[in-house]
Design a protein around this ligand. Structure first.
Ligand code: CP3
Length: 352
């Protein structure tokens, strides 16, 4: 049972009337759309109840369960979009990379050599990750209020970080030293990842995903020269291959405010912004051709209700009145967040 009854009217949306999809295209919206990065996950008691019985990997590989987890947050809150429940590392498992989750991804044999890179096969989504495509079909058939479904992948450099480093890290030193020590090998790995994620995302769109998001969680660790030499050409390659998919593309760049001028020319519809940069600055730098998504600090959900509303109002004010803002956090929601704060935030954004 939903613990919270929303005050905003629950109008079913379709692809034609979805506030989220309209905002992606910078069209006027009846209300400001909102969804939350990592909205399906450990802060929800119903997710924890399922996880007590089933490990994370099994959840991602069982379409009925992955679909159930995908819609859990939409049953509780009036969110304007769902995001596929999976992980950025799931397609790499499909390509034969031996890895486990504890809770972050641990790669058994981190990639450090040309031989390992050349041994990495191309991704064939129907063969390698059929459960993801089936999850998308199940979600589309059961989604509350006709909300649109976002498919996603890790951006090539962010996947590179986990593959080379082998585990979550603050600095991803092995991945960054690889760029300087073996630049050609690094480029080769990035291009393979770019092609694999293009195939993966195109298959998600074909299965029914109505928008596609690339998570670039760690490219903000790079200086502008390395970003432009390594991360940007790889993500450009993925994005170029997805033009034909016909759905909005979102590129989330964490800690990337210094890199935003470079992104104005990346052919995506929406840029996801973290909280370290004001949305008014981001919109000015990106120009009129991009919508923005973000950017409340996940920590703000721990403020008392009135302060949370002030913080959300500040984000909305910085986003301004020009069409093309999707409200979100600046990074994933923290596992110890109170779901009641999320309910309050979603209603506040809708009513503001
Ligand atoms: O609601 C959603 O956003 C959909 C599900 C989703 C997960 N991972 C589920 C998950 C999404 C979109 C991701 C993306 C992801 N995974 C990113 C990019 C976004 C970001 O946070 O920067 C990254 C870097 C990963 C890698 C990863 N997977 C980490 C670092 C961890 C562990 C810590 C954490 O943040 O949860 C995971 C495991 C993971 N992926 C969990 C979930 C719900 C926790 C697993 C569990 O239940 O034990």
């Amino acid at each position: 049972m939903a613990a919270h009854v929303s005050a905003s009217a629950a109008k079913p949306s379709t692809a034609a009337t979805s506030a989220f999809l309209a905002a992606c295209r910078r069209e006027p919206v009846p209300h400001r759309p909102v969804w939350i990065m990592r909205q399906a996950g450990r802060y929800l008691p119903e997710y924890r109840a399922l996880r007590a019985k089933v490990d994370f990997e099994t959840l991602t590989r069982t379409p009925e369960l992955a679909a159930e987890v995908t819609v859990q947050p939409l049953k509780r809150f009036e969110l304007d979009a769902a995001i596929l429940f999976s992980d950025i590392m799931t397609p790499l498992q499909g390509m034969g990379v031996d890895l486990t989750f504890n809770p972050g991804p641990i790669v058994r044999e981190p990639i450090r050599s040309i031989a390992q890179i050349e041994a990495l096969p191309a991704l064939e989504p129907k063969r390698d990750v059929p459960f993801v495509l089936e999850t998308i079909r199940l979600v589309r058939a059961s989604i509350p209020r006709g909300a649109p479904l976002i498919g996603f992948a890790g951006a090539p450099f962010t996947l590179f970080c986990y593959l080379v480093c082998g585990r979550p890290s603050k600095e991803f030193a092995p991945a960054r030293t690889f760029l300087f020590a073996q630049p050609e090998a690094a480029e080769a790995l990035l291009m393979r990842l770019a092609d694999a994620m293009a195939a993966y995302l195109a298959a998600q769109a074909a299965a029914g995903a109505q928008a596609l998001m690339l998570f670039e969680s760690w490219a903000g660790l790079l200086g502008p020269r390395e970003y432009q030499r390594f991360a940007l050409p790889a993500v450009r390659r993925t994005v170029a291959a997805l033009k034909a998919a016909g759905v909005p593309l979102i590129y989330y760049l964490n800690q990337g405010s210094a890199l935003l001028p470079t992104l104005a020319s990346l052919e995506v519809d929406v840029v996801g912004i973290d909280w370290r940069c004001s949305l008014s600055d981001a919109r000015r730098v990106l120009g009129p051709g991009k919508a923005v998504q973000g950017n409340l600090d996940p920590a703000a959900l721990f403020a008392p209700p009135a302060e949370l509303e002030r913080q959300a109002a500040a984000v909305i004010a910085e986003a301004g009145t020009t069409p093309g803002h999707i409200f979100n956090l600046g990074h994933g929601i923290w596992p110890d967040t109170d779901p009641e704060s999320v309910a309050r935030l979603v209603d506040f954004v809708h009513e503001h």
